[in-house]
Design a protein around this ligand. Sequence first.
Ligand code: PLP
Length: 395
Amino acid sequence: MTSRAAVPALASRAVSVGASPVREILALTARPEVISFAGGLPAPELFDHQGLRAAYDQVLAEEPRRVLQYSTTEGDPALRAAVAARLGVRGLATDADDLLVTGGSQQGLTLVAAALLEPGDVVLVEDPTYLAALQSFGFAGARVLPVPSDEHGLDPAALADLVVAERPKLLYLVTNFQNPTGRTLPAERRRAVAEVAERHGLWIVEDDPYGDLRFEGEPQPWIASLEAAADRTVLLGSFSKIMAPGMRLGWLRAPAALRRACVIAKQAADLHTSTVDQAAAARYLADNDLDAHLARVRTAYHARRDALLAGLPDALPTGSRWNRPDGGMFLWVQLPQGHDATALLAEAVARDVAYVPGAPFFAGPPDPTALRMSFTTHTPDEIGEGLTRLAKVFR
Ligand SMILES: Cc1ncc(COP(=O)(O)O)c(C=O)c1O
C-alpha cells in the first residue's frame, strides 16, 4: 500500500479567521418567527424587481452576444458613465474613466488592500468599524489599529497623533451612516481628516454604501471632494443598498496610478464583474428614475427608524443610550454598565428576537454593552412586537 503523506497546511491568514459563537447563534435567527434587528440587509419587498427584470430581459433580447460575452476589467462604459454622472450631480466631478466597476464595494476593499498593503503595514480604522473591512485588511497581513472615536465618529486630533506615532499607510472610514454605529462624520471633521492626510502623507479609503439613504438633514461633502485629500482618497460605492445586493455591483473611484493597480489586482481575482449584470444595471439606470425608487426606500426606512426609536425607551434597561441616525440602516445602543450584549443574545434568540452584539466590530478593546440594531427589514408593527420581546429579555 502506498503511504499517504499529509498535504501542506492552510495559509495562516486563512486559519486565523475562526468560527464565531455569535455567528452560530445568529444562524438560528433564520427561523421565520424571529424578528431580527441583526441583519444588515436591505428590505427585499422594496427591490424594484419588475424594473430590474425588464432591464435584464431587454439586454438579453437586444444584445445577447455582447452581454453574455467576456468584457473589460474596468467595467461597462455605460454603467461607469451613469455612476460618474450621479457623482457629478452630488458635487464630485468624475469621468467614467476614473471608475472601476467592482463585485460590490467589498471587492473594492480587497482590491485596494492588494494594491497598497504589504504584510505588517499599519491600517487605521474607526472604532468600532465594519467587520468585513477588518477581515480584508487582516487577510492582507496589515496591522489594524483603532483611532479613538466618539458619538460623532473618528477624532481627528487622535488621528494626527497616531499617524505620527505609527506611520500608517491608509485610513479606512465609513463617512455616512456608518456600519455598525449609524454615525455620520461631520463636515469639519472631514476637513480635518483630509488635512492630516495632506500633511503626513496618508491614503484614505472612504467607503460610502449608505450615503444615498439619507432621510433627514443635509448631505456632507465626501472627503474625496476636498482639495486637501483629492489625490489620496479612494471612494468606494455600491449598488447593494440602492438597487439589489444580489447583483454584486459596486465601483471604486481612485487616482490614476492606484486605480491601474486595482485593475491589475482585479484581473487576477476575477477578470471582470459579470457583463450581463452590469449591462442590466446600466439599462435600468437609463430607463428608470433611481432617485424616485430611492425616495420610496427612504420613506419606508424613515418610518421604520421612527418605530424603533419610539419603542426603545420601554424596551431597554434604564440608563441605556442610543443614537438617532439621519439615514442608513443601523443605530447603536449602549446598555448600562454591567450588561453584556453578547451574553444576552442567546436569551433574546430564545424569545424570537435578535440583534448583533457590538463587540466584534471593535479593533481595540470592545465595549461589551454595545449592540447594533438594523431597522430596515421589518414593518413598524413588527418592530414594535420585536421590542416587546426584547423588553422581556432586558427588564
Ligand atoms: C461599510 C460597508 N462597506 C461595504 C459593504 C459591502 O457591500 P457590498 O459588497 O454589497 O457593496 C458593506 C455591507 O454591508 C458595508 O456595510
